[in-house]
Structure formats: C-alpha cells, structure tokens
Design a protein around this ligand. Structure first.
Ligand code: PMP
Length: 432
C-alpha cells in the first residue's frame, strides 16, 4: 500500500490506476508477485517476451471491472457486505468430517465416472426432488461442476449463436456473462410483486429463445414468484413453446415457510430445465450442481460435459451422496435456516437504525439478499469507491443495470460486522 501510494503520487495519478497497471504487468509476466515475498521484475529477457496481448480477448467476455475488483479483494481483509456465500462459521465441519471418514473405505479408486455422474448421488437427488413433488428418474439428472457450469453447458450445447435469452431485469451476473459469451442476445423482463411479468415476453420468434428465471429468493432482489404466477408463466411457456431454465440455488433456504412448488413440479410438457446446486446451502468449494430435464436434453448436455471436463470430482460426489442420505443433513439445514433467520433479523434492525430515511427494502423471506433501494440519486460507482477506501465491499446496483439500488447479503458478514458496515455506508450515502 505505501509503495502504491508513493507511485500514485509520483506519477500524479489515482492509486487505482497504479493497481491496474501493476495487475496488467503481472498478467504480462513482467512482474512476479509471491505471498510474503513482495513484487519483483521477472528475469525474462524482455526483448524476447511474447506479446500475449494479441491473445487476451478470446471469445469469453472479460468480467465487469467492479466484479473483478470484488473478486480480488474478497480474500483480503475487507468487510464483505454482499458476499453470496455462507460464512465459514456456518459450515457443518463435524458432519462433513464424519462423512469424509465414512466414505474413505469406499474410495478405493478415483476413476472417471459415468457420463451423467455418480449413480448413488443421482438416486439421492431423485429422493430429495420428490420432497418438491418433482418425479424423475436418475437418467433425468446430470451432475455438473456447480450450476454455473450447467448454464455454460446449456449455452454451448443447446443454443445457436443469436439465440435470445430472457431473464429477470436484474439477475445473477455470471449467468449473463456465460450467455453473452455464447453469443446470445439478452433481454431483461421486469418483475412486479408476484414475480416475472411473463406477458412482456414476445409471443413467438423465428430464432431460438429461452427464459432464465430464479423464482425463489432471487439473486439479487430476494423476490419470490407467487404460485399463481408460476402456473400462469408455465401456461404461457407451453402455449408458446418457450423453454425455461429454473435456477433454484436458494430454494431450500426459506426463513419462514417454504416457497411455492418449483416450476419443474408443475411442468407437464417438459419445458423446464431445473438447476440445483450445493453451493448456497453447504459449500461452493465442492463445485457440485445438477440439471434435471428430459432425457434427450440430459444426454446431449452430458455428451458435451464429457468432452469438456469428463465429469465433476468423483470424491466430491461421493461425499455429497453420503451427506444427502443422512437425516443429520436435514438437521443441519434446519439449524442453518435458524441461523440465517437471526442474521437476517439483525441485518434488518441495522438497516432500520441507519438507513430508514434514505432507503427502502423488502423483507426477504429466504435466501441471502436484501435489495436496498436508495431514495436520493447517488453515483453508485463513486459510492463503491468511497466504501473501498474504508475497506468495505458491496455489490452496487449499477452492475445489475439498477442505478439506485445495491445488493446486501446477511449470510457472510457477522451481524456485528454487518452493522458496522451499514453504519459506515449510511455515513457515505448521507455525505454523497
Ligand atoms: N445461480 C445463482 C442464482 C447464484 O446466485 C449462483 C452463485 N452466486 C449460482 C447459480 C452459481 O453457483 P455454483 O456454480 O457455485 O453452483
């Protein structure tokens, strides 16, 4: 930091310019940084150095600079007000350790698995899906390396360039990057109190089209689509032959009563590809998700998955199969909901104490997020930068195309840290 400040002063530029320049030089291999060893000039012969810049703009989009900053700083000592992950202290360490020990004798080999993923895991998921009134067979399920990969597989295996993807107007950011990188055209559809305003979807087009929705405890708004809206949306989709990706990442994390049945449970015509993940309820590091759909689609997706990564980690799959088969996992979920409810209520109390006069919000009934709508017009990017200076990270609404909003998460920061962060944010907002 002192060196960066000194350089910034010396060149008469912002410190962030210096940080960007240093990152670029590192990416080019000119500078080498090692933890605890500082940064030094690489010993390459400069005149021979390959100019990788001709290769740095391949087909996949670069991330939004704000997200790159957040990703980079999350593991430094920043107060994380928006992180979409469970706090480490919520992780069921003992349960996971016990299951790891229990599966050890079975893990005598770690070969590639069958194309759809471990059968015992798919069987465990079949049972769990029945709780949501989804009646499928193991061959309707493909295990993926997280549900983000599910979106990637769908994009490259089912869609042709130029396909149109409809999403909620503010939605999960990485999904947009994946869709766009597959050359899809994106269109945001507004939501009202009952959920996605499906009647704003065009009735038919000649190109491929698909709807991506997060009906329960949406990211980033926390909203829930009502049961009636789910029925109506499905009817519309059936009538207009519209495929739907239903992302259920937060579905199990209700804090009061369970959300309405998933679209997949109501899906008679096979329009819905249902995505699940273990990332939000347990551990994103396991990198496990699943797609549920018609067998022809699942086979196509699994064929592409085999060609691109040969399956998700077999060890992680065995661990999850063992966890899902044990009722101790359900006890953990019950306890987790209890913990999240307390964190949500503490977060709401902090908002009421510090932000009631400058912002409005809905009480989320599940998931991780509170979507804060600011009353005054504030430059979100400037607010983000001002918060960074105080070592506070949050997701500004501008990255979701919503200039007067920001996403908060009560799942990661402790209630005390969250309160501290909100007090500081309130000060910055009032000053701005
Ligand atoms: N869908 C939604 C709505 C999410 O919020 C996230 C994570 N932020 C994911 C999918 C991706 O999760 P993963 O790839 O870890 O399963």
């Amino acid at each position: 930091l002192p060196a960066q400040r000194q350089l910034a002063q010396q060149f008469g530029v912002n410190r962030s310019t210096i940080v960007t320049a240093l990152n670029d030089l590192q990416a080019d291999g000119v500078l080498i940084s090692a933890h605890g060893n500082g940064t030094r000039v690489a010993s390459n012969t400069w005149s021979l150095a390959l100019d990788w810049h001709h290769y740095l703009d391949g087909q996949f989009n670069a991330n939004l600079p704000t997200i790159q900053t957040i990703n980079r700083l999350e593991n430094e000592n920043y107060l994380r007000l928006s992180t979409g992950e469970l706090a480490p202290e919520l992780f069921p360490q003992k349960l996971v350790q016990a299951k790891l020990r229990a599966i050890t004798p079975q893990v005598t080999q770690l070969n590639y698995l069958e194309p759809l993923g471990a059968l015992n895991l798919r069987q465990a998921l079949v049972k769990r899906l029945q709780h949501w009134q989804i009646d499928v067979q193991p061959e309707n399920i493909l295990i993926t390396s997280g549900s983000l990969q599910a979106l990637e597989l769908i994009s490259v295996a089912l869609l042709k360039p130029g396909a149109t993807i409809y999403t909620e107007a503010a939605t999960y950011l990485n999904s947009l990057q994946v869709f766009q990188s597959a050359a899809a055209t994106l269109t945001g559809i507004p939501q009202d109190d009952a959920g996605l305003c499906y009647w704003q979807l065009p009735a038919s087009t000649t190109t491929q089209q698909l709807l991506y929705t997060i009906p329960s405890f949406q990211n980033p708004t926390g909203s829930v689509m009502t049961q009636q809206r789910r029925h109506d949306l499905l009817q519309f989709a059936e009538k207009h032959q519209l495929p739907i990706i239903e992302d259920t990442a937060y579905q199990d994390l209700w804090l009061e009563t369970p959300p309405p049945l998933p679209l997949k449970a109501l899906d008679r015509a096979g329009n819905v590809l249902y995505l699940g993940t273990i990332s939000k309820v347990l551990a994103p590091g396991l990198r496990l998700g699943w797609i549920v759909g018609p067998t022809a689609v699942i086979r196509r997706l699994s064929d592409v998955k085999m060609q691109t990564d040969y399956g998700a980690s077999s060890l992680a799959q065995q661990l999850l199969a063992a966890l899902l088969a044990d009722s101790a996992y359900d006890d953990y979920l019950t306890e987790l909901r209890q913990q999240l409810r307390q964190r949500r209520d503490a977060a709401l109390a902090s908002l009421k104490d510090y932000l009631a006069d400058v912002a409005t919000w809905q009480v989320p009934r599940g998931g991780f997020y509170i979507w804060l709508k600011l009353k005054p017009t504030i430059n979100m990017e400037q607010l983000f930068q001002a918060a960074l200076k105080r070592h506070i990270l949050f997701n500004p609404g501008s990255i979701y195309g919503a200039d007067h909003a920001l996403r908060l998460s009560f799942a990661y920061a402790s209630p005390a840290a969250f309160r501290r962060g909100i007090a500081e944010l309130a000060e910055l907002i009032k000053r701005a």
